[in-house]
Design a protein around this ligand. Structure first.
Ligand SMILES: *Cc1c(COP(=O)(O)O)cnc(C)c1O
Length: 424
């Protein structure tokens, strides 16, 4: 594949390419050796074997995580035996009914939550709605006159759309702004603030402890979207007193396309959490079939309707790869991968051709690198044709996600080298 793009250029401009080839060879051997050393001393390297992968450099796990090897067999069992043979009995006997809270407890340690605070189900979009309306209702319980929702203006669009609707429904004014402006904008009118832990475009990591604390000082509630942080870095929800949080499971948690999202409500808020979607699954006695609603205690009141069992149990199998893996070691490797990628990009990509939008400071970096590049759409197409898969974000961003469970340093070196050849 790569020849298709190299050959014509080589004949057209032999001099320039010879020079760059010489440069490339020496750099390549140095960085290649470094990559091999880093891979050899990587304690997480063995986890790659738990995924179904090939020779493609897969740097899009922040959009759709790779397939964990345990999933196909589990899905087969869920479909053929649990559904096909046990049929209705599986709601009890196969643990279908309690799957949302059981799998929530499996995600809990990855985001620093004690058990009993997370349920799995619905999409992130739906959970943003539950969390934000729930937060505004909680804020109204403690003080009147809180009629503003602050939202990250650069947020993933769905969060912004849902926040706008939640604001209309609750009679609040929506104030979109850059997260850095949030502390000075907080006041007695602020009901809730919806923020992303990591910006999906730039990979910027926001200071969750400091922002949560500022929001609390103003008497408002903090709602965090963890889509781009959970599974890639420590979140520590309980430690930082986050009120409500949501996140998807198909990115760094590898749950599969459209796998259900999760919803966290801090334990002490649960008795007062008033869900805007009080479906029968969140009822204290769902099979009592009462016309009167009475919310279940605990995290269960975040449930809505019948859970999507096939996706949910695929996710449960996918989460088994985390057995014995510490999120701190994942973070350490993630930073080493993105550091090394930035170093390789500097070495291989002609100066001025790309510009990193991702902060260089570790404290401000998620697990991705976003490079601004004039013809990013075309460049990403060519990278994918050469088996280096990242993604393109409109209008000019090349986005590379680094999933420490299965991306190695050799992958990183190869990706940067192919990028250099492609844009050079
Ligand atoms: C991926 C992502 C979503 C996805 O929402 P869905 O409802 O699962 O489509 C939402 N918010 C953020 C910040 C994301 O990164």
């Amino acid at each position: 594949m790569s020849e298709r793009f190299e050959r014509p250029e080589r004949f057209e401009r032999p001099e320039r390419l010879e020079r760059s080839e010489r440069f490339e060879r020496s750099e390549r051997s140095d960085l290649g050796v470094r990559a091999a050393e880093l891979d050899a001393s990587d304690e997480l390297a063995k986890l790659r074997a738990q995924f179904v992968l090939d020779d493609v450099v897969y740097l899009d796990g922040n959009s759709l995580g790779a397939l964990p090897a345990a999933v196909p067999g589990r899905v087969d069992d869920v479909v053929r035996r649990q559904w096909g043979e046990l049929r209705i009995r599986s709601w009890e006997e196969s643990g279908w009914w309690t799957a949302p809270e059981r799998i929530g407890d499996r995600i809990a340690p990855l985001v620093g939550a004690a058990p009993g605070q997370i349920v799995v189900g619905d999409s992130t979009s739906v959970n943003v709605f539950k969390a934000l309306v729930g937060a505004v209702r909680l804020a109204a319980l403690s003080s009147a006159g809180r009629n503003e929702i602050i939202v990250d203006a650069t947020t993933f669009p769905t969060d912004g759309y849902i926040a706008a609707s939640a604001a209309r429904m609750t009679g609040c004014e929506l104030r979109p702004m850059d997260p850095s402006e949030v502390p000075s904008a907080l006041g007695p009118r602020t009901a809730a603030v919806l923020l992303n832990h990591v910006d999906y475009r730039t990979g910027r990591l926001y200071d969750l402890p400091a922002l949560t604390s500022a929001i609390h000082d103003a008497g408002a509630l903090a709602v965090w979207d963890l889509c781009h942080s959970a599974g890639a870095l420590p979140v520590d929800l309980d430690r930082h007193g986050v009120d409500l949080a949501v996140g998807c499971t198909y990115k760094y948690l590898n749950g599969g396309p459209g796998s259900p999202a999760y919803f966290y409500v801090r334990a002490d808020l649960q008795p007062r959490f008033d869900s805007p979607l009080p479906g029968w699954n969140s009822h204290a006695d769902p099979f009592g079939m009462s016309p009167a609603y009475e919310p279940a205690p605990g995290a269960l009141r975040g449930r809505v309707g019948t859970p999507d069992i096939l996706s949910m149990l695929a996710l449960e199998a996918a989460l088994e790869v985390w057995e014995g893996v510490s999120i701190d070691s994942v973070r350490t490797k993630s930073l080493a991968l993105t550091d090394f990628f930035l170093e390789c990009v500097t070495a291989y990509v002609p100066q001025g051709r790309v510009e990193s939008l991702t902060p260089s400071a570790h404290a401000e970096r998620g697990s991705q690198v976003a490079l601004r590049c004039a013809d990013a759409g075309e460049v990403m197409k060519r990278l994918i044709e050469q088996d280096v898969v990242g993604d393109f974000r409109h209008p000019d961003v090349l986005r590379f996600g680094f999933t420490p469970l299965y991306v190695g340093f050799g992958d990183v070196e190869r990706a940067a080298r192919v990028l250099g050849e492609t844009v050079g």
